[in-house]
Ligand binder design. Structure first.
Ligand code: FDA
Length: 313
């Protein structure tokens, strides 16, 4: 019952202004967000690196409606990439970055978002790293996949996200495999979607997640160059992936596990210690509100956990 409430609040401007003006909320967001500055984010990336865990960095922001602000958002990603390059010392595991197309202007128009994204992807290519386009709500799925296809024909350091809760995802995955461009992060899906578009029951989302994982790690998909990032904290999804890997001798360089900063650190470390590639999604910046609300929606018990911790100090 609380999930729809938090997802509604994530899009509500009044609630955003109220929560962001509340210093305790900012402190609470730090469970999931590395901090407000690039320095905070780089420190988090280095701490993971020291434990053999890789990173994808997200400069928070979404639904930006002002063109100049979208260009600034792209500039900030270019600066982030330059900083990664300048710092060096990545031992072959340079951080990736993750971007949202509505931060880069998709609400204004697809051409603007594509132009901004291209600047980021070109810079990433120049320094030898990878960009993944996050998937937002279903209003943007078609446009996101179109922009992915167009840019992917010119840059191979680009991947996209597929959400297991959408009915359409199996078709999208099959097409991307067929086209030889299935570099996919598979997740369950974090937005509010109607039952006409998305499986309303968690059990069905989980079944579809496993089906899509098996499709993406099938021999046919691997022969066509598929690469899969299994993005979940659900031990059942992880066990299913490992079972498929063992049964079909899937090479470990064809998939990785991804998790969010602040969630299931024990599991992150366990998988990394077992020799899997583990990549953590590290968000930073001042626009933490909608991201934070989606994390609360996924597990409303977080609210009580956070409140009790805040008052324990
Ligand atoms: P599920 O929700 O079933 O949770 C399984 C277990 O994980 C829980 O029992 C709990 O232990 C733990 N857990 C999960 N969420 C938690 C939370 N918020 N706080 C504390 N514990 C939690 N979505 C999307 O729509 N577009 C995208 O681009 C992305 N990108 C993305 C990147 C990465 C690296 C990850 C890991 C996830 C995403 N997501 C996403 C979010 C994803 O769709 C999904 O909402 C969350 O991962 C939660 O789902 P789980 O698969 O973890 O399963």
């Amino acid at each position: 019952m609380l999930r729809p409430l938090f997802l509604y609040l994530s899009r509500n401007d009044l609630a955003r202004r109220f929560v962001m003006g509340f210093p305790l909320a900012r402190r609470a967001s730090l469970r999931f967000v590395a901090g407000e500055t690039l320095d905070d984010a780089m420190a988090a990336v280095r701490a993971f690196q020291a434990r053999g865990i890789h990173a994808t960095m997200d400069h928070l922001g979404e639904n930006v409606y002002n063109e100049a602000d979208t260009r600034r958002a792209a500039d900030e990603y270019v600066e982030l990439l330059e900083r990664i390059h300048q710092e060096g010392g990545w031992n072959g595991h340079i951080p990736h970055c993750s971007v949202k197309l509505t931060q880069l202007g998709l609400d204004i128009g697809p051409d603007l978002a594509e132009e901004n994204l291209e600047r980021v992807v070109a810079k990433a290519q120049e320094i030898g790293t990878f960009v993944r386009i996050d998937m937002e709500s279903s209003d943007y799925t078609d446009a996101t996949l179109e922009i992915y296809r167009r840019l992917r024909s010119r840059y191979d350091n680009l991947g996209v996200v597929i959400q297991a809760y959408l009915y359409r995802s199996e078709r999208d995955v099959r097409q991307l495999i067929e086209e030889g461009i299935a570099n996919i992060r598979l997740c369950k899906g974090a937005y509010k979607e109607p039952p006409t578009i998305a499986f309303p029951k968690k059990a069905d989302v989980n079944t579809n997640f496993v089906n899509l994982m098996e499709l993406l790690l099938s021999r046919e998909a691997l022969e066509k160059g598929a690469y899969l990032a299994v993005a979940t904290h659900d031990e059942k999804m992880i066990a299913a992936t490992r079972a498929w890997e063992a049964a079909h001798q899937v090479p470990r360089d064809r998939f990785e596990f991804q998790m969010l900063h602040g969630i299931r650190r024990d599991l992150q470390e366990k998988l990394a210690a077992e020799g899997y590639t583990v990549r953590i999604y590290i968000p930073y910046g001042t626009e933490w509100y909608p991201y934070f609300m989606r994390r609360l929606a996924e597990r409303p018990a977080n609210v009580w956990f956070i409140v009790s911790n805040l008052f324990r100090r």
